[in-house]
Design a protein around this ligand. Structure first.
Ligand SMILES: C[S@@+](CC[C@H](N)C(=O)[O-])C[C@H]1O[C@@H](n2cnc3c(N)ncnc32)[C@H](O)[C@@H]1O
Length: 418
């Protein structure tokens, strides 16, 4: 029997779930009518992308219809380097702005249809970030594995979106959401999930004329790696105990140093000998008092240079990225009590994602735009955006208002259901 990757099965798995004015409809791929073109909101004329003028787009219409409209553009727009989506979580709640209660299979079909279209549009170097909570996260992850490939999985980030916890929950007071991050192609992926803000000077306790630094063992501390599993990484270095100088070949006053664990069993270095040669001035030898007596070991001098980025961890606390409450408060302060979107995301969260996944000038796409947080932040950071939002009232009352208030130029387009 051939073994295949496990996949999910549900009613209408092989069909497309398309938007209708009232909700969604199931259509077999064979009967699917072609998507309608994107038209300009002010005059109803077909939209043409001008490659000489990058532009921000807000598309009023369903995500799938919008993606089909974008796919028809000739010339095509640049592919988005980042797709962030914050679709309805399927919590069963009917929010003032949108209904968040599809049945499970319908939600799966709705997402599958749209994720497949998103996968096609994402840049080869890009990543997709899908924001969900426990209602559907596990199913979405398997779906993403299938559409993007298990090998393309990058991270599942826990976002502390509600630090107080939802006290009305039945058993536990849920306080987190998830970000599922996938690459289009891991070999080409451009992604630097780091932040300069998170670098803590206290992590660099030593100081010399060049500034603060710390010493990191050059030895690979992971016991999985040893001369049997990583043969080429076990080689001798040569070090002078008095001066701390380290070289890859013998020199006067030097002694040989091999990588060993604390119990003196053989270990390996983290750098190849070629890297150790090129970066030899970043190495220093120190005498350590190990369990089996003093011995010479080799360290990397790791400096806290300005602009240094610290790798982001996979739990994002609300004190770093804001919360649902802080996002609502920020909007209330800007626009007053009357204009409140039910589920806005905090701007610092979106800023962190955009900073990790894009460079200035890149395109960012969000086809479940809500109040338009992604566009506002992307533009502030010098990126372009393409947003789609199904609810006309949300586009009018929230997206337009936020973009206009921020003085952001954009073109508003419409796509009709097919
Ligand atoms: C959770 S909200 C997004 C909130 C947004 N991230 C923000 O910061 O304001 C989800 C949005 O997706 C929209 N939506 C739901 N289904 C959609 C679809 N099929 N196509 C486009 N938008 C959709 C809803 O109307 C809602 O505004």
């Amino acid at each position: 029997m051939t073994k295949t990757n496990p996949i999910l099965d549900w009613l209408h798995r092989d069909d497309k779930i398309i938007a209708t004015p009232e909700g969604y409809d199931v259509v077999s791929a064979a009967d699917l009518a072609p998507g309608k073109p994107l038209t300009v909101e002010e005059n109803g004329k077909p939209y043409r992308y001008d490659p000489d003028h990058n532009t921000n787009l807000v598309i009023r219409g369903d995500a799938y219809d919008a993606l089909e409209g974008l796919a028809q553009l000739d010339p095509a727009m640049p592919a988005p380097q980042l797709i962030y989506i914050d679709p309805p979580y399927n919590t069963g709640t009917i929010f003032k702005d949108y209904d968040d209660g599809l049945n499970h299979a319908e939600w799966m079909g709705m997402m599958q249809t749209r994720l497949q279209a998103l996968q096609e549009q994402l840049a080869d170097t890009g990543s997709i970030w899908v924001h969900l909570d426990d209602s559907e996260m596990a199913y979405a992850r398997v779906l993403l594995d299938e559409i993007f490939g298990r090998d393309s999985f990058i991270a599942q980030i826990v976002v502390e979106i509600n630090p107080k916890g939802r006290q009305l929950d039945r058993y536990f007071a849920a306080c987190h959401d998830y970000l599922l991050v996938y690459a289009k192609n891991k070999d080409k992926l451009k992604l630097e999930p780091g932040t300069t803000k998170a670098v803590n000077p206290a992590d660099f306790p030593l100081e010399d004329k060049q500034g603060r630094y710390r010493l990191l063992p050059l030895r690979n501390t992971n016991k999985k790696f040893n001369p049997r599993t990583a043969r080429t990484m076990a080689y001798p270095l040569y070090a002078n105990e008095g001066t701390g100088e380290v070289r890859t070949s013998p020199f006067d006053g030097a002694q040989e140093v091999m990588p060993v664990f604390g119990d003196l069993t053989p270990a390996v270095w983290r750098w190849s000998s070629a890297t150790a040669y090129v970066r030899r001035n970043e190495l220093i030898a120190r005498t350590v008092r190990g369990r089996k007596g003093p011995r010479l070991d080799v360290y990397q001098i790791d400096r806290m240079h300005p602009g240094r980025r610290k790798k982001l961890k996979t739990i994002w606390p609300s004190k770093e990225i804001g919360s649902s409450d802080s996002a609502k408060l920020a909007l209330r302060k800007q626009f007053g009590e009357d204009v409140q979107f039910a589920t806005p995301k905090p701007e610092p969260l979106i800023e962190r994602i955009i900073d990790s996944a894009t460079e200035p000038g890149d395109y960012v796409m969000d086809v479940f735009a809500g109040s338009g947080t992604t566009g506002v932040v992307a533009s502030r950071m010098g990126r372009y955006f393409v947003m789609a939002e199904r609810e006309a009232d949300t586009v009018k009352q929230h997206i337009r208002m936020r973009l206009d208030r921020a003085g952001i130029d954009y073109q508003e387009l419409v796509v009709e259901p097919r």
